[in-house]
Design a protein around this ligand. Structure first.
Ligand code: PHE
Length: 331
């Protein structure tokens, strides 16, 4: 019997179960033989007991091994070999542009701004005309444009101010929105400028919005973004804002206590801003006698370069893993 049990090979769980019942079931061979125990002469009882035990373990071991291997083959059909060690997953890292963009979005969402997006391919109205840049306006040359088609013009947006136009056309004040996105300018590519980059522009429109509100908002932003920081506003010109200003942040040695600004280089321009020109409000269907507002726009790439001490803007779009892997610990 032990020999028979050892030789058994079952091809399915049912066969193995039948084998088990045949030997170890209530009316199985084991019990049948064991019921003879009382009739065995005393001097043979020990040997008989040992043999019976051996039979029981042999059958039980056989059942266990066969069952285990049949169960895994059945599972394997569905899941593959579950006992194989897993393959390590290659974790990526967030792109520095995304890291900085998310930080900016978070700062402005905490003070009530929502996030708006629009198309990268724009028409003339949303990129220029509605923003107080009529045809032949010389300021159109401020932003070298990639045209996809002329008459009627279809172009790659040169700023995300176009999204603000769309937002004003679709929403009534009060408006508080930031528009992150990729923009394009027909410029020579160098370590400092690229033909595409990323912006976050902001727009706030309500009753009685003043220049003081703008300045306070920007100071709040730079403090959250760069730590305790000094800003200054220099008068500037944009067709869609009046008055307009350029915002500089002080990247100096006296702020060295803040790890984000250790490499001091003095005043650095980080964005443009101003009070939305009443013409722009009217173009977008907002009554400029009732409402006023401010707008600002900054380049994400430029800020990412500053914060992470990156010396060449081209690194941001080359997808070199040796560069990107350095941001594994960034959020
Ligand atoms: N749209 C401007 C640019 O791309 C930035 C800006 C936005 C300036 C809003 C003022 C107000 O350069």
């Amino acid at each position: 019997l032990i020999g028979e049990a050892e030789a058994f090979t079952g091809n399915s769980l049912e066969e193995v179960e039948a084998f088990r019942i045949k030997f170890l079931g209530k009316k199985g061979l084991f019990n049948q033989y064991f019921s003879e125990f009382k009739n065995i002469p005393n001097e043979q009882k020990k040997a008989f007991g040992q043999t019976m035990n051996q039979l029981k373990t042999t059958v039980q071991d056989k059942v266990d091994t066969l069952k285990a291997s049949l169960e895994t083959t059945e599972e394997e059909g569905v899941y593959g070999d579950l006992t194989r060690p897993g393959d390590a997953i290659q974790l990526g890292s967030r792109h520095p542009i995304s890291v900085v963009k998310n930080q900016i979005i978070e700062i402005f969402s905490r003070i009530g701004f929502d996030v708006s997006e629009g198309p990268e391919i724009e028409d003339d109205w949303h990129n220029f005309t509605a923003l107080n840049l009529p045809e032949y306006h010389p300021a159109r040359d401020m932003q070298d444009t990639f045209f996809i088609q002329t008459n009627p013009d279809v172009l790659l947006r040169t700023h995300t101010s176009s999204v603000q136009v769309r937002y004003m056309e679709a929403n009534k004040p009060p408006i508080r929105t930031i528009s992150p996105g990729r923009v394009f300018r027909n410029e020579a590519i160098s370590a400092r400028s690229h033909c595409f980059f990323h912006q976050v522009e902001g727009l706030y429109i309500d009753k009685d919005v003043s220049f003081a509100d703008l300045k306070q908002t920007l100071q709040h932003f730079t403090t959250e973004m760069f730590g305790k920081s000094k800003i200054r506003l220099r008068p500037s010109y944009f067709p869609f804002t009046e008055p307009s200003a350029e915002v500089d942040v002080y990247w100096g040695l006296e702020t060295e206590t803040d790890y984000r600004m250790t490499k001091g280089t003095g005043w650095l321009e980080i964005m443009g801003c101003g009070m939305v020109d009443p013409n722009v409000l009217e173009n977008c269907g907002i009554d400029s006698k009732e409402y006023s507002g401010f707008a600002f726009g900054m380049g994400i790439d430029r800020i990412a370069l500053l914060l992470h001490q990156i010396s060449d803007i081209r690194l941001l779009s080359e997808n070199d893993l040796r560069f990107l892997n350095q941001f594994k610990s960034a959020l």
